[in-house]
Design a protein around this ligand. Sequence first.
Ligand SMILES: Cc1cc2nc3c(=O)[nH]c(=O)nc-3n(C[C@H](O)[C@H](O)[C@H](O)COP(=O)(O)OP(=O)(O)OC[C@H]3O[C@@H](n4cnc5c(N)ncnc54)[C@H](O)[C@@H]3O)c2cc1C
Ligand code: FES
Length: 1376
Amino acid sequence: MSEHESALTCLSASSTHQHRSASVAVSLSRLPPPRRGKRSDRHVLWPAKQQYHHLRHYSHELKFPNAAGGCGACVVLISKYDPATDEVTEFSASSCLTLLHSVDRCSVTTTEGIGNTKDGYHSVQERLAGFHASQCGFCTPGMCMSMFSALVKANKKSERPAPPAGFSKLTVSEAERAVSGNLCRCTGYRPIVDACKSFAADVDLEDLGLNCFWKKGTEPADVNKLPGYNSGAVCTFPEFLKSEIKSSVDQANVAPVTVSDDNGWYHPKSIEELYRLFDSNWFDENSVKIVASNTGSGVYKDQDLYDKYIDIKGIPELSVINRNSKGIELGAVVSISKVIEVLSDGNLVFRKIADHLNKVASPFVRNTATIGGNIIMAQRLPFASDIATVLLAAGSVITIQVASKRICLTLEEFLQQPPCDHRTLLLSIFVPDWASDDIAFETFRAAPRPFGNAVSYVNSAFLARTSSDHLIEEICLAFGAYGVEHATRVRKVENFLKGKLLSPSVILEAVRLLKVTVSPSKGTAHPEYRISLSVSFLFNFLSSLVNSSNVPVKVDTLNASYTNGITNGSTEYSPVEHLKVDSNDLPIRSRQEMVFSDEYKPVGKPIKKAGAELQASGEAIYVDDIPAPKDCLYGAFIYSTHPHAQVKGIKFKSSLASEKVITVITAKDIPSGGENVGSSFLTFGDEALFADPVAEFAGQNIGVVIAETQRYAYMAAKQAVIEYSSENLEPPILTIEDAIQRNSYIQVPPFVAPKPVGNYIQGMSEADHKILSAEVKLESQYYFYMETQVALAIPDEDNCITIYSSTQMPELTQNLVARCLAIPFHNVRVICRRVGGGFGGKAMKATHIACACAIAAFKLRRPVKMYLDRKTDMIMAGGRHPVKVKYSVGFKSDGKITALHLDLGINAGISPDASPVMPHAIIGALKKYNWGNLAFDTKVCKTNVTSKSAMRAPGDVQGSFIAEAIIEHVASVLSVDTNTIRKKNLHDFKSLAVFYGESAGEASTYSLVSMFDKLALSPDYQRRAEMIEHFNNSNKWKKRGISCVPGTYEVSLRPTPGKVSIMNDGSIAVEVGGVEIGQGLWTKVKQMAAFGLGQLCHDGGKCLLDKVRVIQADTLSMIQGGMTAGSTTSETSCEAVRKSCAVLVKRLKPIKESLEANASPVKWSALIAKAIMVSVNLSAQAYWTPDPSFTSYLNYGAAISEVEVDVLTGATTILRSDLVYDCGQSLNPAVDLGQIEGSFVQGVGFFTNEDYATNSDGLVIHDGTWTYKIPTVDTIPKQFNVEMFNSARDQKRVLSSKASGEPPLVLASSVHCAMREAIRAARKEFSVCTGPANSTAIFQMDVPATMPIVKELCGLDVVERYLESISATDPNTAKA
Ligand SMILES: Cc1cc2nc3c(=O)[nH]c(=O)nc-3n(C[C@H](O)[C@H](O)[C@H](O)COP(=O)(O)OP(=O)(O)OC[C@H]3O[C@@H](n4cnc5c(N)ncnc54)[C@H](O)[C@@H]3O)c2cc1C
Ligand code: FES
């Protein structure tokens, strides 16, 4: 079906009677003619008292993983109809923050509404699929809608010319920003951006990456090969709703004022009406919420326990936009997007404010979030508002209504008042027009992401009026977000500067004054960093004024390209700056190089991911999408906030919460004979499911609240109050240091312990130089799968139970559930169709929730579902192992390392989980270099924190990083280029075999050296290194660094089952042990099944591809499924399938030959028909086990990264990353490319930004999208090149392929190393010698290297140092 015919599936909220009626009718899936009637319209009466529902209840394709507006998975398009103008306006919005009542009489279009399996997919969905831009698919519906909304918005720009056929009016840069607020944890964003850019009228299609539409490199790119795009194809507003709105307008106008309403929602139409509501006895400010767009609940989530709502958006006065010569008045409920639009078309101050607002939240939040809501939050709460700061500096005035009084105040006065009460209504904000030539205005913010959804560490805005002789006549300096209640003006500094002629010494004085004025309140994270940021911003602003003046001494400001966080543009007084490109504004470019092989086709073809369109249209079913069975109950964990305490009792804060609780399931509910076990791994030991009776760590499960709805369960769990007692208990062990002091360790069985190499003492004695006892530290990382932990347990007859679980380990889940319930394993069926992102977190960590649901379901004899909210998930998850290492290394003067000793401390948390294998993994990755002699002492520390578990590249990423830290240290001591030391110590094959034993394989497969040389010794690298040196010599405040890092990664092969069944119609069902977690397992398996059976087809199996369906994992159908982990599940599952196919081929070949004796070639359907007639068994199962002489092998890769560090803010921009990865003979190059890019970007997050912080009790405090920042589209490399290297054949591997899921992650340390190079240049520039070595060149940078850490290493006081140095030559010093 074409897009022209595509039907609208929209979710339209409209009222049945009047809009103040007790019930709201929601019409789902209304289809416009001519399709109307194909699917029946359903009207759902929405019961009173349940108004706080979000759209998710009505549409499964909406994903709500975070419910805080911070991830974009639930983006929808909202359309509003204005009957007066007969116009429809459309905008994207985050449905998790959108209350259903607020979209009354709107049309809500979800991704299924723009295209679906039945009616045909939309080109947005098809292009996302064809550019390989969907992996686990959980984020994909939101991506689709962000893209679709951007297209709708661009196409409404009447001033733009009509685009060429197949394109839209979108520009490439808009395409890149379209998904800036959407998180994806799998893909690394590059293919998503390509899909989006394919719609842009100004795109060069040849620049787009690997896709299914043309063969890159051999065929020309052509828009006609792309799925056709027609901007008018989707109607987003149904006619029936237009008619309904038109006919109700008059009625509404004459409707009497309502001051009470059963459904709890009020939509006053005037201020008087609002105040009548306030004055009624109905109003109680503790249970009534005044809402504009409700996005504030994404910021202050825990406060949304209301049962009545007053929607103020219908008050016309609050929507005014008045512009005159004095300024612009903006009504309080004008959306931020609208404010941007209005201000963009104004003078310098307005435009700068608009630019700044463009960095607030994300497009889909800004579209609804109101400016007034932001200001009220900033006034009432210590909210780090950007808007308050920039409006403060611009001298804004606000108007508020307090009872019958209307009051005008400056924004500064308003912010300084005590928090306004709930009866104070903000009416409007007036921003004066500063249309004058002698005004300078600038705004700044420093945030972990330049454009995508990150609140700032500090924001500021400055306005100055200077006289013709550049004297400061008037100045306003506003700072916010640095850890005080509200944005403030620094009056002392303003007064000091007023009347001064700027000079370096005056700026120095101002900066010193600022340092003692800006004072973050107690408890603010990184106070020194925030102060130094404030200094940087002021310095930047004032020095730009100096440079625009004719004072004799110029200040060296940002004379290079700008980067993240420092400014949103330059002042009109420094036109030179306008010519400079902000490196954040560089377009994303990419190149992919790979070799395709036809040898095993269709294996080896870059076919698109199985089910990609289904994921894009939101029809793919994840566990939470399974319709709730009859009588289903819902659960939420209550967790301990204490690290070591006896649990004495559980109560609930509010009676409302108690009312909603059906029961609380705890250890006492485990059936007789059942075990209190929530997780386990190999023979290492179990982890308890419930604290019983002692909570042993903060975040431990104490009990499960069971309620009738998920929302009630969440709400009640939040309200739980636990009574603790620490009597007679030892103080908790929280850190590696505590554990070592108290000898608290987890045993490492000898069979997983790493082996030392050579004789360390002797190696040390051969060394010319030694570094002794240097330290480096790596913190934890959270999985951030988009789909949080979820399970549904359905009790069955005869003590059986079915569990739908999002798990990488169905078999383990089955075993543990059976142990909890004391039933045989065959009573437990665990089903998993797909996982919305795993990364190791859905392995041992997913079993807890399944066991908890099972116990509750067993006890209550009703189905029980649990879907964790992001906060609980983050608190309980555990994540990657924090590691601390002390190393001593000996080396020759030429850089050859002779010996290395490590004291390795690993924080394992409370239970063994997979921790005993960590030393092996860390040391394994570290062995990528030839250390001569290697010794170590590893301690796996048992502590009172959540159990750490395997996370993508577990141990390997830490080991690989530690190796680089040591190599860099050696290079710094010898003052030689780091690559020289790397090269000197890379293995030859002989030493590789010594360090890795049999895993080293054949010499011909050792491809690392050639890959490293290809990158590090290339003329291009040398040229870039020279350019960087030149750049650093000519730029003071920006420094660049480049680094090339090798990676070696050992993987193991595990036995895996597979089953292939041919149905009567010739379609093929395949089952494997592995689970589809986004890694493309099903796609590779599908190709392998077609290849395996292809011997029976004339085209080698190509015709079978569409006949193969890989079906969900089911523990009773496929036993010994094992786990999906360690990067090799795809290849081993493929091998099991190939084996099964071989059995079928053996059975079918004689039949084929006999048929072909008469007529050739025989068709597949005829062959199967004949086989059925002669009773051939058309199902075959195999259990593949690796050859005992080949159970593991090594993967290799290398990467160069080039970064730019902003010395003033600590922000880093990755300018370019080039990866070369040996994928062997790839089973599917598109899938492997996705794994390489995605894991690299996940690694970038680990090394740079993902700060999984805890409080002093070990309780996770960075527990949501607000505080935990995974990479977004604006933080990936600006140029992202990947070459898939095809090393020598090795038939011992599956069709000579190699793994790709985890190994490329370790290459992200190249970014960290490049950052160190840049920081080194900064330290040299400013002679910064902080750290134990007291040297500019030698320093350690822990992981993650967040902005505060980078800035600290660059020097928190570089501005003062610099100003002091130039003040000496300043002829105005005396004057100052
Ligand atoms: C993911 C995300 C990221 C964000 N990032 C940033 C950022 O980087 N920088 C930044 O500055 N902000 C940021 N915000 C905050 C955002 O700007 C505010 O949430 C938004 O502007 C609030 O508007 P609203 O209409 O949704 O308010 P609501 O949520 O409806 O209301 C917020 C509060 O204000 C009250 N209120 C609203 N309007 C009025 C009025 N006219 N008179 C009296 N009381 C009123 C409400 O009762 C409520 O208490 C972010 C928000 C989210 C969700
Ligand atoms: S595909 Fe984006 S989160 Fe998985």
